[in-house]
Design a protein around this ligand. Structure first.
Ligand code: NAD
Length: 315
């Protein structure tokens, strides 16, 4: 469907889904994904798409996330920039992509809709998306409000949908890929694992922090706002949870939880500069390989599990 060699997607990641990482993923034979809102304006997004094309001739996608933001986002203009640039794969996330579907379909764009519940996946299918990325509670960023882990969500979505599904949330190695295929998915989506690669535009200190961290090092913020987000457990995310318990509003919490502060974490390497997304699979990440090493290792590990371990059980 997407013209890539391996069933691995690098999903949207605010501040991380930039040309350097996306082109490395594409060149490694997987599907990379620029994050639209990482670019300050639609014009900058168009330039980032051009920059990515200078670094790869392989297909890549753009993530288009529709969630509450501190400042209004000109979504239609970002969408026009994507379509006018000729990108043929878009990952929508955060909210129903319905209003953007006619434009996307008219431009021949394949749409992957990332969502966290079977009912939203069914609705996206009705609205004409080509594929659903079903995102379990383990995931980084926004797991929704149902708290359903992938082990349940992936087969539930596979049972209910006619279109292909991609398993997302908690994936970091070949064991996860083999498991996702067994559960009925056609491939996996990974975010946090790609943050700890040589090409990711993330400060080395943060990559090292990811390597050291365990699966216990994430926390959920914004539960009280019904905009739950899984973040690295640091001084700022703990402060946000504390402010929520005191009944503080988004206007009061926003200044410390803003994406602009989170960006500094990746740029300056200070893990407490702001909140930053991390999935529970952070406990499965033990090194900082190149993207090509990571992708080929995951594929080889999954092949080994399917060809040897699973065949041994079957016999
Ligand atoms: P931002 O600085 O505008 O907002 C910071 C956080 O506060 C975000 O999590 C946002 O969802 C939340 N927020 C803002 N206003 C809110 C409100 N009225 N009610 C409840 N929550 C509110 O966000 P940003 O870091 O510049 O990111 C832009 C958008 O992209 C946000 O919606 C963010 O959640 C989303 N995002 C996308 C990805 C991705 O992978 N594409 C990753 C992380 C965040």
């Amino acid at each position: 469907m997407f013209g890539v060699e391996h069933p691995i997607i690098q999903g949207g990641m605010q501040w991380v889904g930039r040309a350097e990482l996306v082109s490395a993923v594409a060149n490694a034979g997987a599907l990379g994904c620029l994050t639209a809102l990482t670019q300050p304006t639609p014009e900058d997004l168009a330039k980032e798409i051009d920059r990515t094309r200078e670094m790869t001739d392989k297909p890549f996608a753009v993530n288009f996330t529709i969630l509450p933001t501190l400042k209004p986002v000109p979504y239609a203009e970002y969408m026009d920039a994507i379509i006018e640039s000729g990108v043929k794969i878009v990952e929508t996330a955060g909210n129903n992509p319905k209003e953007h579907m006619p434009k996307l379909k008219a431009a021949g764009v394949k749409v992957i809709h990332k969502c966290t519940s079977v009912r939203h996946a069914i609705s996206a299918q009705k609205n004409g998306v080509d594929c659903v990325s079903i995102d379990g509670f383990e995931c980084a960023g926004h797991p929704g409000e149902d708290d359903t882990p992938g082990l349940i969500l992936i087969p539930r979505a596979a049972d209910q949908l006619d279109i292909p599904i991609v398993a997302s949330g908690g994936f970091a190695d070949g064991r996860g890929l083999a498991a996702a295929l067994a559960l009925g998915a056609e491939g996996i989506n990974m975010g946090t694992r790609f943050m700890a690669t040589k090409e990711a535009p993330v400060h080395d200190k943060i990559k090292q922090r990811i390597v050291e961290a365990s699966e216990l090092d994430t926390t959920l913020i914004f539960r009280t706002l019904r905009n739950t987000s899984r973040m690295f457990n640091n001084a700022v995310s703990r402060k946000v949870v504390e402010m929520e318990a005191e009944g503080k509003s988004i206007q009061e919490i926003g200044p410390i939880a803003s994406g602009q502060k989170g960006r500094l974490v990746y740029e300056q390497g200070d893990e407490d500069a702001g909140v930053w997304s991390a999935g529970m699979c952070i406990g499965l990440i033990h090194d900082v390989p190149t993207v090509a090493e990571l992708v080929s290792r995951i594929v080889a590990e999954a092949d080994g599990i399917i060809e040897e371990r699973l065949k041994r059980f079957a016999s």
